[in-house]
Write a protein that binds this ligand. Sequence first.
Ligand SMILES: Cc1ncc(COP(=O)(O)O)c(C=O)c1O
Length: 376
Amino acid sequence: MPGFEWIDEEEKNAVSSIFDNGGVLFAHGFDGMRNGVYHVREFEQAISVKFKVKHCQAVTSGTAATKVALKAVGVKPGDEVITQAFNFIATVEAILDCGATPIIANVDRSLNMNPSELASLVSPKTSAIVPVHMLGVPADMDPIMAFAKEKGLPVVEDNCESVGARYDGGYLGTIGEAGVFSFDHGKIIATGEGGMVLCNDHAVFKYANEYQDHGHENNPAFPRGLDTCSTPGFNYRMTEMQAAVGKVQLSKLDRMLEANEERYLALVDSMGESFDYRSIPQKSEIIHDCLIFFEKDEVLRKKLIDILGSEGFGTKNLPDAINWHCAAYWGHALSSEQVEHAQTTRNLLHTAIAIPIWKRKSVDDYKQLGKKLLKI
Ligand SMILES: Cc1ncc(COP(=O)(O)O)c(C=O)c1O
């Protein structure tokens, strides 16, 4: 359930209040103009508390967060970074932007990284692993973390799509060396655009913090204009407007996830056991973002997809936006070898159907939908 469905007067008032407290200021400085209001710093703090992680660095997008996190854990030009074939292209773009080469692992029936492929994909050039928690379900983190530990590799969790889900009790995005969230228009916490890097290691945070702000060290011994720096950076700074919306959206997260669960459970209940559902790794607490099942029979599949379309549910990215979510289609960004390897995932995804959970659809709508699908 995307956060944009929950936007109301609270978010509107939060944005409006910016203009009573100094206007469109940077996240930093202008202390005399802002009446003590620092939305970006407060949003970072609120995410730290909610997700029980030591450090958070807000940035402009989930794509930027991935790039910043990869650089912060030490990915350099010429390295290889392993990620997965069911994904959004942003992860591959972030790896390429670091000057590294994406290496693609297939997904298994959980539609997340298949940990058993890692041993054949790792090389002396590998410098990080990026599992992606797709559509509300955790990747199987135990074998991924064990492999990474054995090889001495950092794990950056792309948790743009499963904010609030947990694995073995820990929030996704806080298990590896770093994690990233997206707050774009379609995400669970929606601020239009926006992202966050989460980590527990101070050195990773320090790099992320400096890199997203032109290398500024925020040295307390100097005014900003004479600040010190030791590494080149870029501008990936979040705006106060994004953070003002983000704080309100975060305060609604638990309610959003409850509403998701209610609808999802009603749907599963009415669809019953005759469907071949996506598998969920043990130790997972999912966020019920959408219900995915596999249907190999093409005629039946088309009928099911047609119902989802005509009833106004759609299929999110399986199959509605499959080209942007499967590495087998990314010949413009990947080597032909990687594209070829991703065919296993492509074949699996072409049997998958995702039923998105919407706020605008009621629990009863989901019950009725399940009955209709069952009749096909
Ligand atoms: C898995 C995944 N990673 C990264 C991103 C990029 O996030 P953003 O749109 O905030 O740049 C997305 C957004 O769709 C995503 O789904």
